[in-house]
Design a protein around this ligand. Sequence first.
Ligand code: BDR
Ligand code: CA
Length: 306
Amino acid sequence: RTPIILDCDPGHDDAIALLLALASPELDLLGVTTVHGNQTLEKTTANALRVLDLAGREDVPVAAGADRPLVRELTVAAHVHGDSGLDGPSLPPPGRGPAAGHAVDFMARRIAESPAPVTLVPTGPLTNVALLLERTGGANIERIVLMGGAVAEGNMTPAAEFNIWADPEAADRVFHAGLDVTMVGLDVTHRAVTTPALQERLRATGTIGAFVADLVDFFAVYHRETYGWDGAPIHDAVAVACVLQPSLVTTVERNVEIELDSDLCRGRTVVDLWNRSGRAPNAHVGVDLDSDGFFDLLVERIARLG
Ligand code: BDR
Ligand code: CA
């Protein structure tokens, strides 16, 4: 089994990513770490715990990490995910608190203890991951498969995707850490937009499937109003799916730089698609998704949770 740590900011699509990981026997989920992002750290942490409670997985540890970006001011995405960060379906408050200690300590310890190198799956701003790499230099990390960035799109600004925009200095460190980084950005995840038919399939699988469909119902409101779409892109679950079935995501090896200086392009992932810069590739950049394959996997796995 592949040992993974999910570093997330739930968040509707983070919650679905977490459920997909829980439902997948190929993965050994060592823990969940939380970060500021879609909502404050306090709320994203509570949401991770609430989703684990729903799935009956009180055994999975949750550790809370950075409550703000390395340099920038905190910005949350309440306009997308609501006041709780997980608006829509009603979930009780968490039945437990997070583990003692900071997420970066937790990650460093679990990674050092793991007999096999660990895959990190960050689905929020990269603050925790940057701090971890500063601490350990990336020892015993197999690879990083992150949701963030885009070759040619933006969702926070015309130029930038939210996770990278939120903490661009952290992203800059992660892309320059010399590790094996896969970037699952908007070019990929905007091909993972739900349909009413998918919602029906999810609902038919059981309680957790109905919960996922309810999450999507809320998440789709913003995308309907803003983009005119008939559903919502399940961004973060695609990063987990990419670990489970790498062939679902088409990638190319390219250089990626993070824009830190300009206001207009803050957090843009400048992908050298046509090798114009002569800079060495530092990431596997996702450019396409087998959408049907992704949704088939998602439904099949969510069904296992009952
Ligand atoms: C990313 O931003 C967040 O709103 C989502 O959870 C996802 O991780 C998409 O840009
Ligand atoms: Ca997220």
